[in-house]
Design a protein around this ligand. Structure first.
Ligand code: ADP
Ligand code: MG
Length: 377
């Protein structure tokens, strides 16, 4: 359990970043700290692992005042994942994952076993990835390494500061799913920072909403959606309520949000790799110059065929498994997603032109927006 009691933080320039914070992060909970940029989320995280000190108040971890714990020791017992990933570029994946176990002087055999176990845990084949360098991985894969590196020495607490914000929507959804699945096994105490309400609603056991250095509301996502404490919370949760239209059945067009990365079918494989690297995605949606949806290509299939210079994305594009026409009622798309167990569907217009994607996160957010809790509920 992590507790912040009456914590204030005034930076050297006199700016008060946190004002009388009282917070408890329960053991085994995935806590999400959310709020607009500058509200003090990162400051809170840095206080917990003693990268900075509070100006006032007490922080305890497992009942122990952290000002009495050696900061280096404290940090080794807390996993930390940040947005910019922060893998060491000149070290192999295995060496990156093993950083803290090495500092803790685990023996080599044990470290090796642990690295392979963790790679397996996030679906990366150890034989393939152990010896690679970070630049040889997609953004999504690199961030998976960031996550397992934080898990490596089996800390009870993991702090994650906007870990998935830099990823494309599809990789982000995949990592969210993986984190939730991992957490079911691991039951760590996680503090996860985001400014994305979709993400919070999807993964949180407990949400802490902050504004201007203070906690505005804390509770289960369900509670926050049903009983927003004030106007700020409801507008942050989002209410494009379409007043008067709420009885109309929404369509997929109302719900689609994300802008996935598209590429022309004429592109070669080296170009595809370059695009995936620069956009940090592990798949591309292939769309021709008439915006016709030709399918999707993953980094795996690109690398598999990489040696063949004659191949283009047109050759590798796998038809999108689930395409629904623009205007499809949302419940139909939801049924498809549930039945097919797919986290997203593509939307195309009457001419087969690509329009966008519907993901689980976008659906949940939309439902919360359009169907607010009844008055007095
Ligand atoms: P968040 O992570 O929620 O975006 P931060 O915790 O990083 O916000 O910052 C909260 C506020 O404190 C911001 O207004 C930021 O400019 C300010 N701040 C952060 N670090 C410092 C610092 N070292 N000195 C002065 N002000 C800072
Ligand atoms: Mg921050």
């Amino acid at each position: 359990m992590i507790r912040l009691e009456n914590v204030n933080k005034v930076y050297d320039d006199g700016f008060q970043a946190l004002k009388n914070i009282d917070l408890t992060f329960k053991e085994g909970d995935l806590n999400v700290l959310i709020g607009p940029s500058g509200c003090g989320k990162t400051t809170t995280m840095k206080l917990i692992n003693r990268l900075i000190r509070p100006s006032q108040g007490k922080i305890t971890v497992g009942g122990k005042d952290i000002s009495t714990i050696d900061p280096v020791e404290l940090r080794r017992s807390i996993g930390y994942v940040i947005q910019s990933i922060g893998l060491f570029p000149h070290m192999t994946i295995a060496a990156n994952v093993a950083v803290v176990p090495k500092l803790l002087k685990w023996d080599a055999k044990k470290i090796e076993r642990r690295v392979d176990e963790l790679l397996d845990l996030v679906g990366l084949d150890p034989d393939t990835y152990r010896g690679r360098y970070p630049s040889e991985l997609s953004g999504g894969q690199q961030q998976r390494i960031g996550v397992i590196r934080a898990l490596a020495a089996e800390p009870d607490i993991i702090l994650m500061d906007e870990p998935f914000s830099a990823l494309d929507p599809i990789s982000r959804e995949q990592l969210q799913d993986e984190l939730v699945r991992l957490q079911q096994e691991l039951k760590k105490t996680i503090v996860f920072v985001t400014h994305d309400m979709d993400e919070a609603i999807k993964i949180a056991d407990n949400i802490v909403l902050m504004k201007d250095g203070a906690v505005v509301q804390q509770g289960r996502p369900e509670t926050i959606l049903r009983h927003p404490a004030n106007e700020f919370v409801s507008s942050f949760v989002g209410k494009k309520r379409l007043l008067g239209f709420a009885e109309d059945i929404p369509t997929v067009d109302d719900v689609m949000t994300s802008q996935p990365v598209t590429a022309y079918p004429t592109r070669g494989l080296a170009e595809a790799v370059k695009m995936m690297q620069s956009k940090r995605v592990d798949s591309l949606i292939v769309v021709d110059q008439w915006k016709k949806l030709r399918g999707a290509v993953t980094i795996y299939s690109v690398l598999e065929h990489y040696r063949d210079e004659s191949k283009t994305l047109a050759d590798l594009a796998k038809p999108f498994p689930h395409v629904v026409p623009s205007g499809t009622p949302l419940p139909e798309a939801l049924r498809l997603m549930t039945e097919q167990q797919t986290p997203y569907v593509a939307i195309a217009d009457g001419e087969g032109r690509f329009v966008g994607m519907v993901t689980r996160g976008s659906v949940v957010k939309h439902l919360a927006d359009v169907y607010p809790a009844p008055e007095g509920a």
